[in-house]
Design a protein around this ligand. Structure first.
Ligand SMILES: Nc1nc2c(c(=O)[nH]1)N[C@H]1C(S)=C(S)[C@@H](COP(=O)(O)OP(=O)(O)OC[C@H]3O[C@@H](n4cnc5c(=O)[nH]c(N)nc54)[C@H](O)[C@@H]3O)O[C@H]1N2
Ligand SMILES: Nc1nc2c(c(=O)[nH]1)N[C@H]1C(S)=C(S)[C@@H](COP(=O)(O)OP(=O)(O)OC[C@H]3O[C@@H](n4cnc5c(=O)[nH]c(N)nc54)[C@H](O)[C@@H]3O)O[C@H]1N2
Ligand code: SF4
Ligand SMILES: [Mo]
Length: 699
C-alpha cells in the first residue's frame, strides 16, 4: 500500500513543503505540497530527488570508536560510545575546566536538536563554547537586524513578492540557491510589471533574469549602497516624515551618503555611473521595494556594514513595515532561523537573548532548571576562534553535529591541523566517510530529515513540522535524543527528561514566551500537523503574523529604528603582484555544500558533474591558459587545483570556484584551502568571497 507523508525540504531556507509517497518502507516519489503556505506546491530538482538521500550506501548506521585517528574504527553500541565520550569529557573538564570542550553545530538539524545541544553546553556543562555553521552564513544579517531594528529576523514574508514593484537582489544567486522563490519572482514578473535589479560581480543565472545587472567589483557594496542613498536624497525620495517619527541618527547617515556621489562610487565599484543612478531611481520610484540578499553580502569583513547600508535605504524611504517592502535576508540552510530562535551561537541564549545580560541568564537558567551561575556571562568561542583554539591546544575536545568543517571552514589546512590536534573529536553525522568523519575518534549515527520528527523555521519565519517518512537505518537516532541521552549520563536526567521532540519544542516555546517579537505561544505540534505557522504567533492567531513592524514600532528601547552610518572599507586579503586576482566562491544549482547530501543523487550529479575554476578569458589568455587546462589557485594559505573553464560572465580580475568538492574528491581540490579566516569585527563572519590568489597552469 502507498501512503503519503507531509514533511519539509531539508535543503535550502525557502523551506518548501513536500509530500513523500511511501511504499514498503521506501520513498517512491516526492512532490511539492500545494497546501504549504510558503511554497504553494513549488519544488526544485534537489527537493524532488530528496528521497534518494536516505538510502545511500555510505549512511552511518552504527556508532564507531577508536583510540587514535590513525587506527581503524570498531563498531559499538550508541550508549557505549556515549559513555566513552562522557568519561572523556569529565576527565578533560576536571583537568582544564569546561571551556576545554566545544560544540560545533548546524543550521541543518531540527530546532529541537539545536535546543538540546545549546542547553547541554551552556546550561549543563557551563561553557559558551558552542557555535554553528550559521557563523559562516547568517551572522552578519543577525547583527545588522539587531543593530538597526532592535531584534533579529526579517520583517517581511514571501507574499511581499506579489506586491513589490522593485525587487533589489544584492549578493544572492536566487536562481540557483533559492529556486522556488526565484520561480515566484519570475511568475510575478510575467504577470505584472516589476523591476528586478541584481548586484553581483558575476553574471549569474539570476543576473541574466534581471532587468538591470550591476557587476560591481567584489567587496564594494557599501560604496554602491551609500551612493544609491546619495541619489535618493538628491531626488527627494527619502521620507522625512517616516525618518522623523520612527528613526534615530539620520543626520550621521545623511552625512556619509553626501560623501558618496555616484561618480565616486562608480570608480570604487568599477561600474558605469549610470547604473547606480538607474538602480536608485527604480528603488526610489517604486511604491514598494523589496530587497533580498545572501552570502555575497554577509560573507565579508564588511558583512554587517553591507547589511546596514541596505537597511538604511529602506529606513530612509520608509519602505519597511508595509506590504511589499522591506529588507529580506535569505536564510541559507533549512533551519538556520531555528538556530537563531534557540540562540545556538556562542554569545546568545534562547529567545533572542544574550549571555552578557544578567536578566537573560537568569530567565533561561530558571527554565533550564540549572543554577544561575552555571551560565557563563561572556561569549564563548565563535567558529573561527574555536578551530584556532583547538589548533593552539586550548580546546581539547570538539563535538561536531551536522557540519563538515574540514571542507567548509576557511583555511582548510589550518582546520586540518586543528582537528588533528584534538584529544577527542566526536562527529555526529548521517554519513561516513566525510572529510571530517575521517579524522574523528568517535562517530555517532544521526537519523536525518525524512526519518525524524522535528521543526524547522524558514526564511519568512514560518515553522514547519518535519514528519518521519521512513525509519532510520541501524542504530541511528534523532540528534536531540543523542544529546539528551548524553546529558543524562552526566547526571542531568531531570533537565533532559524529554520523551519526544514535542516535549523539547514546548520548553523552547517557554523560552520565547515573554519575547513579543518571537512569540510561539500559539504554535504546537498539534497545530503544525495541520499547517505551518509563522512567528510571532500569540495564542489564538491561526497562521501567525506575516509582517512585523506594521505599526512602525521597532524592537529598540524607544521603538525607533536606528540608522547606522557605515563607510566603505576594502576587503582584508590584499591584492599584490604575487596574488593579483580575487577568488570568489559559492554554489551551483544541483550540489549542496560539501556534497554529502547530493553526491549520491544521479540526476543532480548529471546536472553539475564536476568542479572547475572559472576565469575570464582576459585573465586566462595572457597566461597561455585555455579551457580544460589543469590549473591551480595559489593563495597565502595554500592551493587548490581543478580544471579551467573560461567564462566571460565573470568580472575580469575575478575567479570563481564552488566549494562543493572537498578533499575526499581530490586531496588538493578543496576551494577552502585558499580562503582565509579574516572576519567581520561585529558578526565574526569570515570573508569567504574574497581571497587574493594567482592562477597557474599545472604542467
Ligand atoms: N543549490 C544550492 N542551493 C543552496 C545551497 C547549496 O549549497 N546549493 N546552500 C544554501 C545556503 S547554506 C546558503 S548560505 C545559500 C547561499 O545563497 P547565495 O548567497 O545566493 O549563494 P552563493 O553562491 O554563496 O553567493 C551568492 C553570490 O554572491 C556573489 N558575490 C561574491 N562577492 C560579492 C560581492 O562582493 N558583492 C556582491 N553583491 N555579490 C558578491 C557571488 O558571485 C554569488 O553569485 O544557498 C542555499 N541554497
Ligand atoms: N568557500 C566557501 N566556504 C563556505 C561557503 C562559501 O560560500 N564559500 N559557505 C558557508 C556556508 S553559508 C555554510 S552554511 C557552510 C556549510 O558548511 P557545513 O554545514 O559544514 O557543510 P555541509 O556539507 O552541509 O555539512 C553538513 C554535514 O552534516 C551532515 N548532516 C546532514 N543532515 C544531518 C542531520 O540531520 N544530522 C546530523 N547530525 N548531520 C547531518 C551532512 O552529512 C554533512 O556531513 O559552508 C560555508 N563554507
Ligand atoms: S527551493 Fe529549497 S526548499 Fe524548495 S525544494 Fe528547492 S532546495 Fe528544497
Ligand atoms: Mo549557508
Amino acid at each position: 500500500m502507498e501512503t503519503a507523508v507531509k514533511t519539509v525540504c531539508p535543503y535550502c531556507g525557502v523551506g518548501c513543503g513536500l509530500v513523500a509517497k511511501i511504499r514498503d518502507g521506501r520513498i517512491t516519489g516526492v512532490s511539492g505540497d500545494k497546501e504549504h503556505p510558503s511554497s504553494l506546491g513549488g519544488i526544485c530538482p534537489k527537493g524532488a530527488q530528496v528521497g534518494e538521500i536516505v538510502a545511500t550506501p555510505n549512511r552511518l548506521r552504527h556508532a564507531q570508536l577508536r583510540a587514535t585517528n590513525t587506527v581503524p574504527f570498531t563498531h559499538v553500541s550508541l550508549d557505549r560510545a556515549l559513555s566513552h565520550v562522557a568519561l572523556r569529557f569529565r576527565e578533560i573538564i576536571q583537568r582544564h575546566g569546561p571551556d576545554a570542550v566545544a560544540f560545533y553545530v548546524s543550521g541543518q538539524i531540527t530546532t529541537e536538536a539545536q535546543y538540546v545541544f545549546n542547553k547541554l553546553a551552556k546550561g549543563a556543562l557551563g561553557t559558551n563554547n558552542i557555535d554553528a555553521n550559521s557563523r559562516l552564513c547568517m551572522a552578519s544579517a543577525v547583527s545588522a537586524y539587531k543593530l538597526a531594528l532592535g531584534a533579529d529576523a526579517p520583517p517581511t514574508c514571501y507574499d511581499d513578492i506579489e506586491l513589490a514593484e522593485c525587487i533589489f537582489i544584492v549578493g544572492a544567486n536566487m536562481a540557483e540557491c533559492h529556486p522556488v522563490l526565484w520561480q515566484r519572482v519570475k511568475r510575478r514578473a510575467a504577470r505584472k510589471r516589476v523591476r528586478i535589479i541584481v548586484v553581483d560581480p558575476r553574471r549569474t543565472p539570476t543576473a541574466e533574469g534581471a532587468d538591470l545587472h550591476l557587476p560591481i567589483a567584489p567587496g564594494t557594496d557599501v560604496a554602491l549602497l551609500n551612493a544609491m542613498l546619495h541619489v535618493l536624497i538628491a531626488q527627494g525620495w527619502v521620507s522625512e516624515k517616516f525618518i522623523r517619527a520612527h528613526t534615530d541618527n539620520w543626520e550621521s547617515v545623511r552625512q556619509i551618503a553626501e560623501a558618496w556621489p555616484p561618480s565616486r562610487a562608480a570608480k570604487v565599484c568599477g561600474i558605469d555611473e549610470q547604473l547606480i543612478h538607474r538602480a536608485a531611481f527604480w528603488f526610489g520610484q517604486a511604491a514598494e521595494s523589496l530587497s533580498f540578499w545572501a552570502m555575497g553580502t554577509n560573507q565579508s569583513t564588511s558583512g554587517v556594514a553591507n547589511n546596514l547600508a541596505l537597511i538604511n535605504l529602506h529606513l530612509a524611504t520608509g519602505k519597511i513595515g508595509r506590504p511589499g517592502s522591506g529588507p529580506f535576508s535569505l536564510t541559507g540552510q533549512p533551519n538556520a532561523m531555528g538556530g537563531r530562535e534557540v540562540g545556538y551561537m556562542s554569545g546568545l541564549l534562547p529567545g533572542h537573548r544574550d549571555v552578557t545580560n544578567a536578566k537573560h541568564r537568569e530567565d533561561i537558567a530558571r527554565i533550564w532548571g540549572v543554577p544561575k551561575r552555571k551560565i557563563q556571562p561572556t561569549p564563548g568561542l565563535d567558529a573561527v576562534g574555536m578551530f584556532e583554539a583547538l589548533e593552539a591546544g586550548d580546546v581539547k575536545a570538539l563535538w561536531v553535529v551536522g557540519c563538515n568543517p574540514l571542507a567548509s571552514m576557511p583555511n582548510a589546512n589550518q582546520t586540518r591541523r586543528a582537528l588533528e590536534r584534538a584529544e577527542l573529536l566526536v562527529v555526529q553525522d548521517c554519513y561516513h566517510p566525510t572529510e571530517t568523519t575521517q579524522l574523528a575518534h568517535v562517530l555517532l549515527p544521526a537519523a536525518m530529515s525524512l526519518e525524524v520528527e522535528g521543526t524547522m523555521t524558514n526564511s519568512e519565519r514560518r515553522v514547519s513540522l518535519m514528519q518521519p517518512c521512513v525509519p532510520p537505518p541501524g542504530d541511528a537516532r534523532p540528534d536531540w535524543e543523542i544529546g539528551a541521552r548524553f546529558a543524562a549520563m552526566l547526571g542531568f536526567e531531570s533537565q533532559f527528561s524529554f520523551a519526544s521532540a514535542s516535549d523539547v519544542f514546548e520548553e523552547h516555546k517557554q523560552c520565547c514566551a515573554d519575547v513579543y517579537a518571537l512569540q510561539m505561544n500559539g504554535i504546537s505540534y498539534k497545530r503544525l500537523r495541520r499547517h505551518a505557522v509563522q512567528w510571532p504567533c500569540p495564542p489564538g492567531v491561526s497562521h501567525g503574523v506575516a509582517r512585523r513592524y506594521r505599526n512602525k514600532v521597532f524592537a529598540t528601547p524607544n521603538g525607533h529604528a536606528q540608522f547606522q552610518p557605515v563607510d566603505f572599507r576594502p576587503p582584508a586579503d590584499a591584492l599584490t603582484p604575487r596574488f593579483p586576482l580575487v577568488l570568489n566562491t559559492g554554489r551551483r544549482a544541483s550540489q549542496w555544500h560539501t556534497r554529502t547530501k547530493t553526491g549520491h543523487v544521479a540526476k543532480l550529479n548529471q546536472a553539475n558533474p564536476a568542479p572547475f575554476i572559472a576565469a575570464h578569458p582576459d585573465d586566462a589568455t595572457p597566461l597561455g591558459l585555455k579551457d580544460g587546462d589543469a590549473v591551480r589557485l595559489v593563495s597565502r594559505r595554500g592551493f587548490a587545483r581543478s580544471t579551467l573553464r573560461l567564462d566571460d560572465g565573470l568580472r575580469p580580475g575575478t575567479l570563481f570556484m564552488s566549494f562543493h568538492w572537498g578533499q575526499l574528491h581530490d586531496e588538493h581540490g578543496c576551494a577552502n584551502a585558499v580562503t582565509h579566516g579574516e572576519y567581520d569585527p561585529i558578526s565574526r563572519q569570515p570573508e569567504l568571497k574574497f581571497s587574493a590568489v594567482r592562477l597557474e597552469k599545472i604542467s
